[in-house]
Write a protein that binds this ligand. Structure first.
Ligand code: MN
Length: 337
């Protein structure tokens, strides 16, 4: 791991102190990832919850509504114990937010930041504005599970295969299987430690990245056929779109739209790849990836969202053409402050 800064070390110690005290007291700790949780959000939630449970805490794991778990993550150890956000105690001793870059990403659970006895925010998004009582936020961490691994060490919880499986899922997902620029020597050192517990990393990766119903292929054909290249916009833009309805028509869950951007972003002529994902309420969730020149976190923040330098997103209430027009403008002129 990279040597943590003094501020991160202090935040880590403060978070361990709160969580250790809660465990010793047998207190209720509610843990949640962000809305529409991914492998890092869920892996962080389930690993830390299991560690705290073993240390004596009463843990409740959840995520913001809607309570729909992506099919690719239902097998994570502990996932069966997740409860819908409306069944969470209103005033737990501790609330832990994991991988949420803003209070908005906590959806209907954001109120727990105030109603809980105290709160711990664990995150690695550069766009995190700072919220919660104890803030363990490290933009240099490749994934939130990296910070959870440090917390488990601080809590003196041994890593077994179940914990390691949750941590590895988040690490592999957020580093693009160790291909993205956030992968550092410490990332591989953490992966090595996880593999030594005996986890089946090949099976984890297959479930996360290489498993989809057959309907994925016709959906990919539709979306790839619609892609438009606009090399003159910023450092080049490639974009396409799909709706949850189109996914369902091919027998797919709406979350199958998430992986589309990973295909589109291979386009050599465009620095920014973008997929507009049409939601049932008429809004568009916009996923962006950068090949390196464009800071898409800044672009997303300018449009009301957030994320990382090379992977970010936001929600648009405009129609499809107006959504892409607004994005073109920001990419052409740079995000407004
Ligand atoms: Mn993450």
């Amino acid at each position: 791991m990279t040597v943590p800064t003094a501020a991160i070390s202090t935040a880590l110690a403060a978070a361990v102190e709160v969580l250790d005290a809660a465990a010793v007291a047998g207190a209720t700790v509610v843990l949640s990832g962000h809305v529409q949780p991914d492998a890092d959000a869920l892996g962080s939630t389930l690993a830390l919850a299991e560690g705290l449970r073993r240390r004596g805490a009463r843990v409740v794991t959840t995520f913001p509504a809607p309570f729909v778990l992506p099919e690719s993550l239902t097998w994570l150890p502990g996932a069966a114990d997740l409860v819908p956000s409306d069944r969470v105690p209103a005033s737990p001793e501790v609330f832990v937010s994991l991988d949420a870059s803003s209070t908005g990403r906590l959806g209907d659970l954001a109120g727990l930041l105030d109603s809980a006895g105290t709160s711990v925010v664990v995150d690695h998004h550069a766009s995190n504005p700072g919220f919660g009582a104890v803030r363990l936020v490290d933009p240099d961490a490749a994934a939130t599970v990296v910070l959870v691994a440090d917390l488990l060490d601080g809590l003196a919880v041994d890593w077994d295969r179940d914990l390691a499986t949750c941590l590895y899922a988040g690490l592999a997902a957020d580093t693009g299987s160790f291909r993205f620029g956030n992968t550092a020597p410490g990332t591989h050192e953490l992966a090595a430690r996880l593999l030594r517990t005996g986890i089946d990393h090949a099976a984890i990766s297959q479930r996360l990245f290489d498993t989809a119903p057959f309907g994925w292929l016709p959906l990919l054909s539709l979306v790839a056929g619609r892609a438009r290249l606009e090399p003159e916009v910023g450092a080049g833009l490639v974009w396409t779109w799909a709706t949850g309805t189109e996914a369902r028509e091919r027998g797919l869950a709406g979350d199958q739209l998430e992986a589309l951007v990973d295909v589109v972003r291979a386009t050599q002529e465009a620095d920014v790849a973008c997929v507009l994902k049409g939601q049932d309420d008429g809004t568009w969730v916009v996923s962006m990836r950068s090949r390196g020149t464009t800071d898409v976190a800044r672009v997303a923040i300018g449009l009301g969202g957030g994320g990382h330098r090379q992977a970010a997103g936001y929600t648009s209430r405009l129609d499809r053409e107006a959504t892409i027009a607004a994005l073109r403008q920001v990419l052409a002129t740079g995000p407004a402050n």
